[in-house]
Design a protein. Structure first.
Length: 118
């Protein structure tokens, strides 16, 4: 599967952004999907995941209550709605697919940069 992330940009603290990740192929529904991020000088970290059906979602404690992951099977797309953004959310965000866990995933897209100004 190939993944194409988009939607990053510059936003002020307290603002919102929605990231999108379009997946190629006809097996989108076969994959759990997730988002990870990597801030400058830090290791990549898990942000959120959604199971194949979309019925279950999982979040890092740092984003719980502010971020929402969702998926649209008709569009082969997974989204990350990010609200109440904080400067510490600044990072390159990566979408991922496959056996997604807090430790990683099978497939990765290119990153999209999110910058939150204070």
């Amino acid at each position: 599967v190939q993944l194409q992330a988009s939607g990053g940009g510059l936003v002020q603290a307290g603002g919102s952004l929605r990231l999108s990740c379009a997946a190629s192929g006809r097996t989108f529904s076969s994959y759990a999907m997730g988002w990870f991020r990597q801030a400058p000088g830090k290791e990549r970290e898990f942000v959120a995941a959604i199971n194949r059906s979309g019925a279950s979602t999982y979040y890092a404690d740092s984003v719980k209550g502010r971020f929402t992951i969702s998926r649209d099977g008709a569009k082969n797309t997974v989204y990350l709605q990010m609200n109440t953004l904080k400067p510490e959310d600044t990072a390159v965000y990566y979408c991922a697919a496959g056996a997604v866990s807090t430790r990683g995933a099978d497939y990765w897209g290119q990153g999209t940069l999110v910058t939150v100004s204070s």
